[in-house]
Design a protein around this ligand. Structure first.
Ligand code: 4NP
Length: 152
């Protein structure tokens, strides 16, 4: 069965759309289903931030067709793995969980030892450099996810 992975940040316009696009670009869509969502409702229905669209395009990935949606408790039924970009996102997600198996689906995107439990910093109020930085952090994390899925 296809592994279903959900990438979650606060707004679903900067970090998680990149995480969705980057992971999709690395794996056959028949092996995985990837989606993204935000814990907040500020930007529902909007396109990703233009700075995320640009940095993705720079590396050959088109995320311009994505549209923002909010994370809901139903996502625990739908997805096998839920990745939070930072600890605040993590706390907001697990606040909606009803049991331990739902909580167990949630991890920080950078949870693996080699990425030392770092967070993907919120780039929204910063400059373009922040988007370059988060692109590479997310890309490294997605490489590890791909290894895990392929060697499962
Ligand atoms: P994201 O970034 O969580 O990576 O999508 C943000 C986008 C919007 C806001 C905050 C963070 N905002 O406050 O509107």
């Amino acid at each position: 069965m296809r592994t279903k992975i959900l990438m979650v940040c606060l707004g679903n316009i900067c970090r998680s759309p990149l995480a969705e696009g980057i992971l999709k670009s690395k794996l056959d869509q028949e092996m995985i289903h990837v989606d993204s969502a935000g814990t907040a409702s500020y930007h529902i229905g909007k396109k990703p931030d233009s700075r995320s669209i640009s940095i993705a395009k720079k590396y050959g990935i088109d995320i311009s067709q994505q549209r923002c949606r909010q994370f809901t408790a139903r996502d625990f039924d739908e997805f096998d793995l839920i990745y939070a970009m930072d600890r605040s996102n993590y706390e907001n997600i697990i606040a909606l969980a009803e049991n331990k198996s739902e909580i167990a689906k949630v991890n920080l995107l950078l949870y693996r030892a080699d990425l030392a439990n770092q967070e993907v910093p919120d780039p929204y109020y910063g400059g373009e450099d922040g988007f370059e930085e988060i692109f590479h952090l997310i890309d490294s994390a997605c490489n590890l996810i791909v290894q895990d899925i392929i060697h499962k």
